[in-house]
Design a protein around this ligand. Structure first.
Ligand SMILES: *Cc1c(COP(=O)(O)O)cnc(C)c1O
Length: 424
């Protein structure tokens, strides 16, 4: 347990001792109409823009201007292999091997592509298990896959639910579901870090359980990538997908990540949707050859990717490469622990943090339930210069991001919250 103190001076002291403090200056911090910096707590929704991103995008614009089509093969960062420049740092961020990761498409699109390969239902084994509070897009994607294969989504979706009166999920309940329906479940697809509660699941435990019953196991790590140490390779998961615009600061709607475990890298039997970018690089441009599968996650690409977005991802990943996930998560635990401490010190009984208390079971986000509150709380905070996220009926999600949020940000946020709560 880390221990903390009250007061602004202490927050300033923590900032002074923070080895990552200077990274804040490398981001644009949004401002209010009076030009004052906002307290930005929504990096879990859209990460902030690194100042260097523009330079990376300008570089590709300039190559395009000067080289035209030859930019594909010339220039410092030629476009044909551009995704390869991202693989090493992306693999580091999610705890994978470079052959296991690729940046392509968008998140939900990748989830569908992964289900084409890893959701292969039969008459008796066709169900998909998801968490009951899954992100809506994941739920819709899963339901549409069931329909696509001719199954009824009401019957085909198995929900892992919290117990009555609880919000977090328990592994014993998952074990119970598997014991009774494990042989009917084809795929387990869980949000690695739940977007609502911030609960970070034990990916390895879930994977081992699923595999024991003969299921494939995949994770949506949209709220995990760049936030927690995912160890995707060691988890043994069959696949994972994530976006890059949340904790990976790569711009609105930017491309997504995809992980396919190494044990599937050379399996050409695995059904998949393909395009020319999943074809052998050496002969891709011969155009008339029969399809020749690329090994690894790259072998799931369809198209040549939008380089301007890839450049924004490279800008961000180069920074992650410099910092490393260890330093990042170390500060994150301290920052979020401090946030939790200050909230507890308010002694306000209407406040209930639903995110797990154990730092190993969460990332930076705290989901704060405020009893009897409504959206006006969120609006008042907003007027006071705090950007947070509100989920009906009564949960506020705040994510102090270690790369650009300071201890003073957290201190000021709680001070403002205190004033608003005392006012009601
Ligand atoms: C953010 C998020 C999405 C968004 O999907 P897009 O395809 O990028 O629009 C989907 N699933 C989860 C779990 C998310 O957190």
């Amino acid at each position: 347990m880390l221990s903390y103190k009250l007061g602004l001076e202490y927050a300033k002291e923590l900032d002074q001792n923070d080895v990552l403090a200077t990274y804040r200056e490398r981001f644009y911090i949004p401002k209010n109409k009076r030009g004052e910096e906002l307290i930005y707590m929504t990096g879990n929704s859209l990460g902030l823009q690194p100042k260097v991103t523009k330079t990376y995008i300008d570089k590709e614009l300039s190559d395009w201007a000067i080289l035209g089509v030859e930019g594909h093969t010339q220039g410092e960062t030629p476009w044909l292999p551009y995704h390869e420049f991202l693989a090493e740092n992306m693999a580091m961020v999610v705890g994978a091997k470079p052959i296991e990761v690729v940046v392509m498409n968008t998140l939900t699109a990748n989830l569908h592509l992964m289900m084409v390969s890893f959701y292969r239902p039969t008459k008796s084994r066709y169900k998909i298990l998801i968490e009951s509070d899954a992100f809506p897009s994941d739920k819709y994607a899963v339901e549409s896959q069931l329909r696509h294969h001719g199954f009824d989504e009401k019957d085909g979706v198995v929900l892992w639910k919290p117990r009555h009166g609880e919000t977090l999920l328990r592994y014993e309940d998952l074990e119970t579901i598997m014991a009774s329906q494990g042989n009917e479940i084809a795929l387990i697809m869980i949000g690695g870090v739940n977007y609502y509660t911030g609960q970070y699941f034990d990916l390895k435990r879930i994977t081992e359980l699923g595999h024991k019953y003969g299921c494939t196991v995949g994770f949506d790590c949209a709220h995990g990538a760049g936030n927690v140490n995912l160890d995707l390779h060691d988890s043994g998961a069959d696949f994972a997908v994530w976006c890059t615009y949340k904790y990976l600061n790569s711009g609105p709607g930017s491309l997504a990540g995809c992980f396919v475990h190494e044990r599937h890298a050379y399996n050409k039997e695995l059904n998949r949707f393909t395009g020319w970018w999943s074809h052998n690089k050496q002969t891709r441009f011969n155009m008339r050859d029969d399809f020749d599968q690329l090994p690894g996650a790259e072998g799931w690409q369809l198209s040549n990717p939008p380089i301007l977005s890839m450049a924004a991802i490279k800008a961000s990943l180069d920074m992650f490469g410099e910092v490393g996930m260890l330093a990042l998560t170390e500060k994150s635990k301290q920052l979020t622990g401090y946030f939790e401490f200050l909230l507890q010190q308010l002694g306000d009984h209407t406040i209930n943090i639903i995110t797990p208390k154990n730092p190993e079971e969460r990332g930076c986000q705290l989901s704060i339930q405020v009893k009897n509150a409504d959206k006006t709380l969120h609006e008042k905070l907003n007027e006071a210069g705090v950007l947070s996220d509100w989920r009906e009926p009564d949960v506020m999600r705040c994510a102090p991001v270690p790369l650009y949020n300071s201890f003073q940000d957290v201190y000021l946020l709680v001070e403002k919250l205190k004033v608003i709560l005392n006012d009601k």
